[in-house]
Design a protein around this ligand. Structure first.
Ligand SMILES: *Cc1c(COP(=O)(O)O)cnc(C)c1O
Length: 361
């Protein structure tokens, strides 16, 4: 398909072309049913099979151990900012949060509405250009969980050393979901919106340790209770059928491509090419992030001036390299290179960056 452009959007973002084509081919008449999947009952046999397969694959591809359940919940990652403390922060306990940037800050703000929350490490002093080492974390007594953000989508930093702490972790993995192995033994709960690595927008995939569900808060609305969602197989109410359907296809694609090991290797290769291009530009391109913390999903960089950045973005767009503008809160440029973004798009960007520097250096 020659009219597909290079799409570096931070989310929603590029999905595998084969998945889009497969969905298109079966969209109007799903498996001879005479209607599309999104027109059917979510309790019927077609959707039942789709949802079961997506759940099985979500556990399998992630390598989740038997004591984890997977939940499909609407409200994206942002609702999890509230659901996590609502369910887990029982009276008398507190939660520690690693403040690593914009998204972590959002999680802290929401958690403060429900309980006793403190900052276990604060990256503000370094302008959120790095992640903490374990030794820098200050975990207090009586901490129910330590919340981390595995990849800060706006700052372009990622956790490179999973915290070594005595309390369970809760992780927002929205922007590097299933692009690297998850150390399950450390986590009670892992969540992320699907619209970066896993599918179209519309929900979060939440992995929850089953044994904690006996002790979660019960005095909250039913949709918000992990124990109820788990016991109903995420079918407590009408689920986002299209998102689940597409998620299943993306997971199947991931599995066929080699699963997390393949995604991780590709991400390292794609990110490596862009960071090499930046590092070899003699300072023309500049990545503000500490080297060890550099994200493999969101590569942020600056040019020598805002005028040159505007010119770079305009010419990139004209060359079909789209959505490279940094988040409005930080400016600059950002290339989001999630699992489904082809290497060819990254090569095209690296070539463009070199040519632009030569013409405007
Ligand atoms: C995108 C993102 C979110 C917000 O996700 P929604 O699904 O839109 O709520 C939260 N955390 C991180 C790290 C993100 O990248």
């Amino acid at each position: 398909m020659s009219n597909r452009k290079h799409n570096f959007s931070a989310g929603p973002c590029t999905l595998p072309l084969s998945v889009l084509e497969e969905a298109q081919a079966e969209f109007v008449d799903y498996q001879g049913a005479g209607m599309s999947l999104i027109e059917m009952s979510h309790r019927g046999k077609h959707f039942d099979a789709v949802a079961n397969e997506a759940m099985t694959l979500a556990l399998e591809v992630a390598g989740a151990p038997d004591d984890f359940s997977v939940l499909f919940l609407q409200g994206g990652a942002l609702l999890q900012f509230s659901m996590v403390p609502m369910n887990l922060l029982t009276p008398g306990s507190q939660a520690g949060y690693v403040n690593s940037g914009t998204w972590a800050k959002g999680a802290i703000t929401d958690a403060q509405a429900y309980g006793d929350v403190y900052t276990a490490w604060d990256g503000a002093g370094d302008n959120f250009t790095r992640m903490p080492r374990s030794s820098e974390l200050e975990v207090r007594d009586n901490t129910r969980y330590l919340h981390i953000t595995s990849n800060e989508t706006i700052g372009g930093i990622r956790i490179y050393e999973w915290p070594e702490v005595d309390v369970p972790l809760v992780g927002d993995m929205s922007s590097d979901y299933l692009s690297r192995p998850i150390p399950w033994e450390k986590f009670d709960l892992v969540y992320g919106g699907v619209q970066k690595n896993l599918g179209p927008a519309g929900m979060a995939v939440v992995y929850v340790r089953k044994s904690i569900l006996e002790k979660t808060n019960r005095d909250i609305g039913r949709y918000l209770r992990y124990d109820i969602q788990e016991s109903k197989g995420s079918m407590f109410n009408t689920p986002p059928v299209f998102t689940i359907y597409m998620l299943g296809k993306v997971l199947k694609w991931m599995k066929a491509e080699g699963g997390i090991p393949a995604m991780e290797a590709r991400a390292a290769e794609k990110a490596g090419l862009l960071y090499d291009t930046i590092d070899q530009s003699g300072g023309y391109y500049n990545c503000p992030v500490e080297v060890a913390s550099r994200s493999h999903m969101n590569v942020v960089f600056r040019l020598p001036s805002e005028e040159l950045e505007a010119k770079f973005l305009a010419e990139a767009t004209a060359a079909d390299l789209l959505n490279l503008k940094g988040h409005r809160s930080v400016g600059g440029c950002r290339a989001s290179i999630y699992n489904a973004l082809p290497m060819a798009s990254v090569t095209a960007l690296a070539d463009f960056m070199q040519a632009f520097q030569q013409a405007n250096g």
